[in-house]
Write a protein that binds this ligand. Structure first.
Ligand code: TYD
Length: 217
């Protein structure tokens, strides 16, 4: 039972790295689940559509955090906890740290309140490992702009917002270095993936990890 989350600002390459890690993990176990936040359940996907719809410009930060938390409360109880109990490896594309970074450091909502809401939503579940792909904001947004269809309400926020989010992530990681793996996202895809696999292999205690194939990432 292992719970791993990925975090990063827009354009950090999370999706590519998650896909490569999933390929590697699925070769080793048939009990690996990938899910994402906000979303991952039927209710969560409906909430996601409200959160990311560019027409919802009047959404207050307080409403936003409660919607993210509602989606999280659902996925934790419907999917994540039951699978972890059955011994699965669960990978989540974003989790509670996104709320602390985006709504806390980004929007400036009080971190103590956010932690309380988050603990309520998750029932106190935190990841065993959080992989954070660190990238400067300008590079990240430039990468994203190459695919304008992916532009959404969140990404349209001011560049300063994203800078605060990045600083927030780095602070969160510094406060809990045992849980966080901070990686330089300007490195090549293969190098980053090798670093991720090395750490995940360590976390899984070397189980089923004889075939080291990082170079084929
Ligand atoms: P998504 O399209 O999934 O972005 P990405 O590919 O970067 O993960 O959109 C999720 C957006 O929601 C992203 O901008 C981060 C933001 N977010 C929050 O602000 N708070 C949260 O708690 C979560 C989970 C996401």
């Amino acid at each position: 039972m292992t719970f791993i989350t990925f975090e990063g600002i827009e354009g950090s390459g999370k999706t590519t790295q998650i896909r490569l890690l999933m390929d590697w993990l699925r070769d080793r176990s048939d009990r690996v689940l990938l899910t994402r936040e906000p979303g991952g359940t039927s209710i969560g996907e409906q909430i996601r559509a409200v959160l990311l719809n560019p027409i919802n410009t009047e959404m207050t930060p307080e409403a936003e955090i409660l919607l993210f938390s509602a989606a999280r409360a659902q996925i934790v109880r419907e999917i994540i906890r039951p699978r972890l109990k059955e011994g699965w490896i669960v990978i989540c594309d974003r989790f509670a740290d996104s709320t602390l970074a985006y709504q806390g450091y980004g929007h400036g909502l009080p971190l103590d309140d956010l932690l309380q809401i988050t603990e309520f939503a998750t029932g106190g579940l935190w990841p065993d490992l959080t992989i954070y792909l660190d990238l400067d904001v300008e590079t990240g947004l430039r990468r994203k702009a190459a695919t304008p269809e992916e532009w959404n309400r969140m990404e349209a926020q001011a560049i300063d917002f994203h800078k605060r989010v990045r600083r927030g992530y780095l602070q969160l990681a510094a406060q809990n270095p045992g849980r966080w793996l901070v990686l330089d996202a300007t490195q090549s895809v293969a190098v980053i993936q090798a670093q991720i696999r090395a750490r995940v292999r360590q976390l899984l205690g070397g189980k089923n990890a004889d075939n080291t194939d990082e170079n084929h990432a």
